[in-house]
Each structure stands twice: as structure tokens, then as C-alpha cells.
Design a protein around this ligand. Structure first.
Ligand SMILES: Nc1ncnc2c1ncn2[C@@H]1O[C@H](COP(=O)(O)OP(=O)(O)OP(=O)(O)O)[C@@H](O)[C@H]1O
Ligand SMILES: [Mg+2]
Length: 451
């Protein structure tokens, strides 16, 4: 890889044999390696010299790799850090990623996997710091404010991440619950990239019947099978020089995973019934609702190919006041003269769990804007409990519990026509707790009393 040549890497590993072997591998891959046996010794040097990436073992004699990572971040070192963890040490790995490690590598590792992760880290780091890209980055960031609406810290960070990753031509996995904006982010990545003048091609892997998958992705030659009268270009070929968006990638059939991986490795496609290798140049953005590593049917090698950069979109309920900002945005979009929202409605929206996320909010806002007789609270109360979305899988337990609890309270209040003492007795709840819960769910006694 051209760009990562002469990259300077700090390697921190106390086991001399492992250290020497790793150094040799990295040097063969074209890196300059500076070796350290102790964490603190490395820290002193790294603080004062420039490195393009840092690789550290977790277990070191003087300080553990996680503490070293924290120290480096606190002292303003911005080079990517890759942590080497013991096999199966998931907690440690998660902690490292949380603190801001670029990635973790599990022992024992394939040397070429380490060097390819290091290349990717270096490439991302350099792209981020190059001044030429800085201008493009800032321009695309300001454009994103109108597309990915929201002023919460998590949304600001998301926009920064999208603007930055858009500029690096790498594969990406986007994680997020249903309706939280995965496709919108994927599209923004395309529009902010050098591929924007070519196609953005979305494929919903969960919606294509298994027997049609291959032809859909790879296309076919005329007469390849019964019913294939004409030649057809597949989605991979169609996305050439552009971006391929593999939505719900966790539902891709196993046989297709193998074929897609091969296409991505070799940058070619072969149409069904054809024997010609057609060159393609793709950037793949994938979306998933669950962690693909926890998915036994998902191929690890395909996962690593796609997981060069990762974007996590937080659920709507974690975005605070953005709920109200987005509501207003969507309401105004449907009706320029939409009413303003009452305080009770604001409270209800802030305490609701939004299992269907932004899509659900958009639907509620549209109804509110077009029907002057309904309050938000009424619209929300008339909705099915878990989610009105076609797909309610992926709704976290906490949200389902939240909605269930709200429903139980609502039903009891209806049954007793708002008589608090009776509800307290039936549900065996102290008055204080009942009050707090009603407040939390935006339930008013007066809404249940007979007029
Ligand atoms: N931050 C945002 N600002 C404005 N609109 C948004 C935002 N996030 C999502 N939307 C809108 O919400 C709707 C749902 O978003 P999108 O389709 O991208 O979600 P998704 O995560 O792909 O959903 P699914 O999991 O169901 O495929 C779309 O209409 C999208 O334009
Ligand atoms: Mg989607």
C-alpha cells in the first residue's frame, strides 16, 4: 500500500520473541518500527515524537495497555492505538474501544491481519490530518447539518464522523436500531465522497428471496437460466465507481457471503452464466441492527473486509432535545403553518421510548401537522405498544419494558377512571411511585376521569 509506506509505528510488547517476530512482519509490510518492552518507557518517547500508529499489548510488566491508552489520550496523542488482547478477552476489548482505541486484535493473530489493520489505521489517521482534505471536510460538515438534523452532542459527533469517513475511500459498517437513520448516513457518506458523481446503489439483503439473490447482485447473461431471456446487469456492476449500500447485511445468505467476499477481494464480478471477469471498483457501506461478530452465521472474513470503519447511530431516545427539534422540522415539512406543541406534548415526547426512532417520530409529526384535532399525546396513545414499524425486532428490552409499563398504567387508570387510590391498590404501588411513573409517561389523571 503506497500511502502507508514509511509509516512510523510504536510497538509495545514485553515478550521479546513475540516482539521481534511482530517487528519483522511489520517491517516486511513496509513499516518503520520502534520497539518498547515497557509501557512507561514507550509513553515518554511517544509524547515527544511523531508516530503514525501505536500497537500495544494489554499485559505489560509496569502498566497495562488500557491504562497506557488512557494516558496517551489524556496527553493529547492522536495517533491511532491498536490493542492486542488475550483470546476471548471480550470485556477488555470492549473497554479499549470505548476509551478510544482504533481497534483490538485478538491473540493469536495472523501477521498479515495485523499489518492490514495497521495500514488502515495509518491511512485514516493521515487522511484526517492532511490539510488538503481539511477544507473539504469542513465544507461537507456544514452541508450535513441540514441533512442529519439535531444539535445534541451525539449528533454533532456523528456528523463529524460521517464527514471524515466520507473522505476516506474505505468500507464502512453502520450500526443502529430500526428507523434511526442508517440509510440517510450511508447516502451522506456517498455524497461527501469522491464517488458522488457515480451511483449510490442500495440493496436490502433482508428483502430479496434467496433464489434471486445471485442474479440481483451479479447479474446474468441471456439464457443463463429459465426465465433469463435478456442479459441483466447486477447491482455490484451497476455500482461500479460508486457506493454499494448493503442494508440488513446480517440477513445475507451464507452462499452469497462467500461470493460477495470474493468479488470484493478480487475487484471483479462474474455474471451468472457468464465466464468473463468484469472489473469493478466499489466502496461498500453495510448496515446492521446487531453486532455482526455475535452472529454465528456471518462470515468473519467478510466482516473484517467491511469493518474498516464503523459508525454507530444512537437511538432517538438518547438524543435529548433533538426529539423536539426533529419533531418541529418534520411538522413544518408537512405543513408550513403547523401548530406549536404544548408543554404536555413536549413532556410526553421526551419521556416516550421511540422504538421506531426517527421514522416513528416523523410519522407522528406528520399526523400532528395534518390533523388539527389530535395532540401528540393522543397520537402516541393510539399507537400499538411495541412499535408501529413493520419490523419490531431489534427493539431493546428496556424500551419494550418502558412501553409495557406505560400500557399497564394506562389500562389501570382507564379501568378505575382516574381514581388514584384504586390504581394504587390494584397495582400495589405507593402514591409517590405512582405519581412519579405517571409523570414519567406523561399521563394525567384528568384524561381518565369521566367528564
Ligand atoms: N437526523 C436526521 N435528520 C433528519 N431526518 C432523519 C434523521 N435521521 C433519520 N431521518 C429520517 O428518518 C427516516 C428513517 O431513516 P432511515 O431510513 O435512514 O433509517 P434506517 O436506520 O435505515 O431504518 P431501517 O432500520 O428501518 O432500515 C427517513 O425518512 C430519514 O430521512
Ligand atoms: Mg434502512
Amino acid at each position: 500500500m503506497e500511502t502507508t509506506q514509511s509509516a512510523r509505528i510504536a510497538l509495545i510488547e514485553d515478550d521479546e520473541i513475540v516482539r521481534q517476530a511482530t517487528t519483522q512482519w511489520l517491517q516486511l509490510a513496509g513499516f518503520d518500527v520502534v520497539e518498547f518492552g515497557l509501557g512507561n518507557e514507550a509513553f515518554d518517547v511517544i509524547q515527544h515524537q511523531a508516530f503514525d500508529a501505536i500497537i500495544s499489548d494489554v499485559r505489560l510488566p509496569d502498566i497495562d495497555g488500557i491504562m497506557l491508552l488512557e494516558k496517551l489520550i489524556d496527553s493529547g496523542v492522536s495517533a491511532p492505538v491498536l490493542i492486542i488482547t488475550g483470546h476471548g478477552d471480550v470485556d477488555m476489548a470492549v473497554k479499549a474501544l470505548h476509551l478510544g482505541a482504533f481497534d483490538f486484535i485478538e491473540k493469536p493473530f495472523q501477521p498479515d491481519r495485523l499489518s492490514s489493520r495497521v495500514s488502515q489505521a495509518v491511512e485514516q489517521f493521515r487522511a484526517q490530518t492532511s490539510t488538503q482534505l481539511r477544507g473539504e471536510y469542513l465544507a461537507s460538515l456544514s452541508g450535513l447539518e441540514k441533512v442529519l438534523v439535531g444539535q445534541s452532542e451525539v449528533m454533532k459527533r456523528l456528523r463529524e464522523q460521517v464527514a471524515r469517513i466520507a473522505l476516506i475511500d474505505t468500507n464502512v459498517i453502520i450500526y443502529g436500531e430500526t428507523g434511526c437513520g442508517k440509510e440517510l448516513v450511508a447516502n451522506s457518506l456517498h455524497k461527501g465522497s469522491g464517488r458522488k458523481s457515480h451511483q449510490f446503489v442500495p440493496i436490502n439483503c433482508g428483502a430479496i428471496p434467496e433464489n434471486l439473490f445471485e442474479s440481483e447482485l451479479f447479474g446474468h447473461e441471456a439464457g443463463a437460466f429459465t426465465g433469463a431471456a435478456k442479459k441483466r446487469i447486477g447491482k455490484l456492476e451497476y455500482a461500479d465507481k460508486g457506493t454499494l449500500f448493503l442494508d440488513e447485511i446480517e440477513s445475507m445468505p451464507a452462499a452469497m457471503q462467500v461470493k460477495v467476499l470474493r468479488s470484493l477481494q478480487e475487484n471483479t464480478v462474474e455474471r451468472v452464466g457468464g465466464n468473463k471477469q468484469i472489473n469493478i471498483d466499489l466502496r461498500v457501506v453495510a448496515a446492521a441492527k446487531e453486532d455482526l461478530r455475535e452472529h454465528p452465521e456471518f462470515r468473519q472474513d467478510l466482516y473484517y473486509r467491511l469493518n474498516v470503519a464503523q459508525i454507530y447511530i444512537p437511538p432517538l431516545r438518547e438524543r435529548g432535545e433533538d426529539i423536539l427539534t426533529l419533531f418541529e422540522h418534520f411538522a413544518k415539512e408537512s405543513n408550513r403553518n403547523a401548530r406549536s406543541v404544548s408543554d404536555a406534548d413536549k413532556k410526553a415526547m421526551m419521556s416516550y421510548g421511540w422504538p421506531g426512532n426517527v421514522r416513528e417520530l416523523r410519522n407522528v409529526a406528520t399526523r400532528f401537522a395534518l390533523d388539527n384535532t389530535m395532540s401528540v399525546l393522543e397520537i402516541l396513545s393510539n399507537r400499538p405498544v411495541a412499535s408501529s414499524e413493520p419490523n419490531s425486532t431489534g427493539v431493546p428490552l428496556a424500551v419494550q419494558l418502558h412501553n409495557f409499563e406505560r400500557k399497564v398504567l394506562e389500562e389501570a387508570l382507564t379501568r378505575h377512571q382516574g381514581r388514584i387510590n384504586d390504581v394504587m391498590q390494584e397495582l400495589d404501588l405507593p402514591r409517590r411511585t405512582l405519581n412519579q411513573k405517571m409523570q414519567k409517561f406523561g399521563l394525567n389523571r384528568s384524561d381518565f376521569t369521566d367528564p
